[in-house]
Ligand binder design. Structure first.
Ligand code: RP5
Length: 162
């Protein structure tokens, strides 16, 4: 088993249907990850321990998803030097705007890279890019992925012109 380098955490298992897209993106690039529930409000001491120990355990980035009063990404960012990517999970009310604003509006000095509401796949891809900055084989795979995206977009235009 390869040790995980990305932590995919969320406030509740009810976030998993959204957050699994981050895990799937990491799997596509064969980036080892761990997934867990780390609730900022229901298990605050565990959450602080997770963030404090993440870098020492070998993680290189954290993807944190939460909904509503979504304090998990910001609180993790306050106790780890690792890059934290926040995923606003949409809940039943407010269309995820509450989650988005809870995550994106961080105080100066404590950044969280916030993706769009529900955009866990982009969070996974951003984590791959962060790792790829110092990993040439991974960067080569990301470049191939981008070429593929380009080709798919071109093909869509070509179909419209037929
Ligand atoms: C948040 O509360 C979680 O991130 C989740 O999005 C939301 C609801 O959690 P559950 O009541 O479904 O466990 O902390």
């Amino acid at each position: 088993m390869t040790a995980p380098v990305v932590g995919v955490v969320m406030g509740s298992d009810s976030d998993w249907p959204v957050m699994r897209a981050a895990a799937e993106a990491l799997e596509e690039f064969e980036v080892p990850y761990e997934a867990d529930v780390v609730s900022a409000h229901r298990m605050p001491h565990d959450m602080i321990a997770y963030g404090s120990e993440a870098a020492g355990r070998g993680l290189r980035a954290i993807i944190a998803g939460a909904g509503g009063a979504a304090h998990l990404p910001g609180m993790l960012a306050s106790v780890t030097p690792l890059p934290v990517i926040g995923v606003p999970v949409p809940l039943k009310y407010l269309d995820g705007m509450d989650s988005l604003l809870s995550i994106v509006q961080m105080p100066a000095g404590v950044p969280v890279a916030t993706v769009a509401v529900g955009a866990a796949r982009n969070a996974g891809l951003l984590a791959v890019r962060i790792l790829a900055a110092a990993d040439e084989p991974l960067r080569t795979r990301m470049e191939a992925f981008q070429r593929d995206l380009h080709a798919q977009a071109k093909a869509k235009g070509a179909r419209l012109r037929e």
